[in-house]
Design a protein around this ligand. Structure first.
Ligand SMILES: NC(=O)c1ccc[n+]([C@@H]2O[C@H](COP(=O)([O-])OP(=O)(O)OC[C@H]3O[C@@H](n4cnc5c(N)ncnc54)[C@H](OP(=O)(O)O)[C@@H]3O)[C@@H](O)[C@H]2O)c1
Length: 324
């Protein structure tokens, strides 16, 4: 095993579940890695919309897990390999990698170092900057699992993406275009519309203002084949009217309220669970053309509480922290 150059690190940790004010900068031991783990020196950590739920103890309750404090949040991120366990063969010190550490007992990415199972670590696609790679993993795998496994999207099909300027949505737009679908995107605000147009959607409207049903009927007069819904509520349910009879609808678990599909449509919720096959497929899709992860704000590590508060406001794409 190669060694990290320091024994302690800066980390944003909580001593008990609660509000954003519970997070504070601590000096903690650098996590020790097992034989099948990789130690990542973290340059960018994703701030997920689910992080406040974890901070309040939601995941621990859901999984029936006994949490260990101090507890370091941060379910995805990217950086360089600082050390590898004895059985790790795919990575070496200095490699640029991204990884997944959802509710990991070793702690997450809101820290200078994170220990991650080798199978949940990937090299960063060559042209993707590390700061973008750090904000991408969970939302990108969630986009891919929705489009590929859940919807079984085929070339030439029409696809509605609701919440297209959000974390999952803006990545799904790019992946779906690459899979050969015709994308009808419902984004948030004029800035969201502009972003999603730049990312290559075939048609984009503002879901807070425009008439989704009229625009979708013009786009696909026979109805839309499939839909990926990343935000719940009345607007999403209204948008679902444009899916054709026999069409498919997918939404990640966590979308609230759950979208209401009418009889004759197949609606399915799912999780963006990472595994080596899905990660490999994601990398191949990313590498086959231009791809951008939109990080609208990056906060220094010690501003994690501000980053969590910023999740409540309008922003595009993702938020991130910079631990190193
Ligand atoms: N189960 C899993 O494995 C998994 C994994 C990842 C994510 N998720 C869940 O998936 C959901 C999406 O995640 P995310 O990271 O993409 O969150 P997000 O960035 O908040 O995306 C949702 C987007 O929908 C937009 N939106 C809401 N109402 C809209 C409307 N009427 N018209 C147009 N846009 C609208 C929001 O923008 P405004 O707020 O500006 O309107 C936001 O950009 C969350 O519920 C998350 O918890 C689950």
């Amino acid at each position: 095993m190669t060694q990290a150059t320091q024994n302690t690190m800066r980390a944003e940790a909580i001593d008990q579940f609660g509000g954003p004010e519970r997070m504070a900068l601590r000096t903690l031991p650098v996590p020790e890695i097992a034989a099948d783990e990789v130690l990542i020196r973290v340059e960018a950590a994703g701030v997920g919309v689910w992080d406040p739920f974890e901070r309040e103890g939601g995941f621990a309750r859901m999984m029936g897990a006994k949490p260990t404090f101090p507890y370091v949040l941060g379910s995805d991120g990217a950086g360089t390999v600082a050390a590898v366990g004895d059985r790790v063969r795919r990575f070496k010190e200095g490699d640029r990698v991204y990884g997944f550490a959802l509710a990991s007992p070793k702690g997450g990415f809101y820290a200078e170092y994170a220990a991650v199972k080798e199978e949940l670590v990937s090299r960063v696609p060559e042209k993707l900057p590390t700061d973008q790679a750090g904000a991408m993993p969970i939302d990108a795998i969630t986009a891919l699992r929705g489009l590929d496994d859940t919807l079984g999207l085929k070339p030439g099909e029409s696809l509605l993406i609701f919440g297209a300027s959000g974390g999952v949505g803006h990545l799904a737009v790019q992946l779906a275009e690459r899979m050969g679908a015709r994308v009808f995107a419902v984004a948030s605000g004029p800035d969201g519309v502009a972003l999603v147009k730049r990312l290559g959607a075939d048609a984009v409207i503002d879901g807070h203002k425009d008439d989704v049903v009229a625009a979708a009927r013009a786009f696909a007069p026979g109805g839309i084949d499939a839909a990926l819904i990343t935000a719940g509520g009345q607007d999403a349910n209204r948008a679902l009217q444009v899916v054709r009879d026999g069409g498919r609808v997918a939404y990640p678990n966590g979308v609230e309220p759950e979208p209401k599909a009418r009889p004759g449509m197949r609606a399915q919720s799912y999780d963006g669970t990472p595994d080596p096959q899905a990660i490999e497929k994601l990398n191949r899709l990313i590498e086959s053309g231009p791809f951008a992860v939109h990080v609208s704000r990056t906060f220094p590590l010690e501003q994690a509480p501000e980053a969590h508060r910023a999740l409540e406001q309008h922003y595009l794409g993702k938020l991130a922290l910079r631990p190193n």
